[in-house]
Design a protein around this ligand. Structure first.
Ligand SMILES: [Zn+2]
Length: 348
């Protein structure tokens, strides 16, 4: 079902139709009922006893004498029939208010939000209050990402951007920063849901996702200054896979994860020149389909070669590897698949 929430449109305010009727000269009062009988206001009916009704919840009018053609009329259709301007002032005001509160979420907002989310995660005082989020991470073996400052937490009482406050009631509690893959600067923040939900992740409405990626310290250093770099870069997808790679490979190996599979080709930048690309997208249809596009883009930008990582034991992705075999298991799986170009040792 397509709901107002799913389309991003808000439902009309209760009783909006009454304002339209009053502006057309009809005497009608909101008496608290959802359905209010009224004399039909439509031209040509000259109704003397109430043969129509309005529904103030759905904001429609229905005339039982047939003026509305056996259907309920929307407030907009009614406005036009009565010659009342549309949209009414209530909606015009609402649009102005909406614009005021949902200003675009930009890099400065991302930096502020990420700092607040990270502070929250690093503060032991909130460990108990944020237990649900930590339990979610613990079940997946991802809690150690905390030591790498790879995730933050968002809660209702935090004074953060309105976009992020809206995440919390839906369970979108774990946050991680997205960096511009051309500059290495923070650009956006993605939130991951800790309860079953669709979608699993969110970014603020209207914020920039293309050309951004989760990137660890080594990757950001490489993006800012690729001169003299050697070895390989891991390119994967998704927030939880980023956490899995981070705890398995440490901070010295460059790790870049697109916010979703489709974004993986755009997560590559000129810094790939002369380096080996290790593609570690999901072991599913979307992940497999994107490998060639990632490889082509890297090759166009001068990468040395592309290796594809696939996971043993039917694991779907890096996160599942850690869940099944631990961080060591993922680390060993990567090492054994890169015979000529071994990752540096894990940082202690
Ligand atoms: Zn009528």
């Amino acid at each position: 079902m397509v709901t107002a929430a799913a389309t991003g449109r808000r439902p009309l305010p209760r009783g909006l139709i009454l304002g339209v009727l009053q502006r057309a000269g009809c005497r009608v009062q909101d008496d608290g009922r959802d359905k209010i009988p009224i004399c039909c206001p439509l031209p040509g009916h000259d109704d003397v006893r109430p043969s129509a009704f309005v529904n103030v919840v759905t904001n429609v009018l229905y005339c039982s004498a047939g003026c509305t053609g056996g259907r309920a009329w929307t407030t907009k259709a009614l406005s036009e029939a009565l010659g009342v301007p549309w949209p009414p002032p209530e909606l015009r005001n609402r649009r102005v208010r909406t614009r005021g509160t949902s200003r675009p979420f930009g890099p400065a907002d991302a930096a502020t939000l990420w700092q607040a989310a990270l502070r929250r995660a690093l503060d032991d005082a909130y460990a108990e209050a944020d237990r649900a989020a930590y339990e979610y991470l613990e079940r997946r073996g991802l809690c150690a990402a905390w030591e790498h400052r790879a995730f933050g937490l968002v809660t209702e009482e935090m004074d953060v951007h309105p976009a992020a406050r809206r995440w919390v009631p839906g369970g979108y509690r774990i946050a991680a920063p997205l960096f511009d893959v051309g500059t290495g600067e923070i650009t956006n923040v993605q939130a991951r849901c800790i309860i079953p939900n669709d979608p699993k992740v969110l970014v603020p409405k209207g914020s920039k996702m293309a050309g951004t990626a989760f990137a660890n310290e080594a990757a950001r250093a490489l993006i800012r200054d690729p001169s003299g770099a050697s070895g390989f870069v891991i390119v994967g997808e998704g927030l939880t896979d980023f956490l899995a790679f981070t705890i398995s490979l440490g901070d010295a190996t460059p790790i870049v994860c697109a916010p979703g599979a489709g974004g993986a080709p755009k997560a590559i930048g000129p810094w790939i020149r002369g380096l080996d690309l290790v593609v570690a997208t999901d072991n599913d249809t979307a992940g497999a389909a994107v490998v060639q596009r990632v490889a082509d883009e890297a090759s166009r930008l001068g990468s040395r070669r592309t290796l594809r990582l696939s996971w043993p034991g039917g694991a779907k992705d890096a996160c599942e590897m850690v869940e099944k075999y631990g961080a060591e298991g993922l680390h060993d799986a990567i090492r054994s698949r890169l015979p000529e170009s071994r990752p540096r040792e894990r940082s202690a």
